[in-house]
Design a protein around this ligand. Sequence first.
Ligand code: ATP
Ligand code: MG
Length: 235
Amino acid sequence: MIQLTSVGARIGPIQILTDITLRAPRGRFVTVIGANGAGKTTLLRVISNLLPASAGKVVFDGKDTKGIAPYRLSRSGLVHVPQGRQIVPALSVEDNLALGAANVPGMSRRALNDGIEREYERFPILRERASTAGGNLSGGEQQMLAISRAVLMRPKVLILDEPSLGLAPQVVALILRALREMADSGVAVILVEQLAMMALAIADDAYVLRQGKIVLSGAASELRGDAAVVESYLT
Ligand SMILES: Nc1ncnc2c1ncn2[C@@H]1O[C@H](COP(=O)(O)OP(=O)(O)OP(=O)(O)O)[C@@H](O)[C@H]1O
Ligand SMILES: [Mg+2]
């Protein structure tokens, strides 16, 4: 569903990513792990074209994304949940959800309501908070809202930047399970994480990013078995 081939990225004169080759087919849960500053956020920004690649190519759903605006990519199903979640603090939970769906061409009111209902079943706390302003939610609730809103955008590819940041372990587990379900339903999930062992426990495929390069990749279960090697790349 998404394929990066020899992708490079620069910010001004600085080379941040070099020679990144990565694929995330339909129904696959892919994790990219790496230390602070390894280039994880930059990689997701390149995938969604917020930062155009300086080399190589990104193919989404069979098409080269070069020159396609991020909002167009998101409308065609490449959905990015950024670090820091970016929900609308003044809007209620329900309105934040409706806003996600507003981007989907031709979604009926009925489909929207069904979609919201499914998200309330996925994360029951969101139903309880339906009329609470997004800004008054806990960090974990905000992350659930950000994920549910992304799901309502009908992603083919869902990319997430460190959804675990600042959350309690039980909440992280709940969120990772929801992402696993998304993958099992046919979405290509790309999860960037610093919590390497948790991500490896749930993903299918894994890539280790260090100083802007892929230094290790393979089946997540295999990398998990090589914990010492993986850890050595995470510092
Ligand atoms: N706007 C910028 N200008 C200059 N350098 C930047 C900029 N944004 C990021 N960088 C550099 O690019 C590298 C990769 O940053 P990036 O934010 O992608 O890493 P990360 O893996 O997401 O880190 P973290 O775990 O802290 O979120 C870092 O060395 C960072 O200092
Ligand atoms: Mg980051």
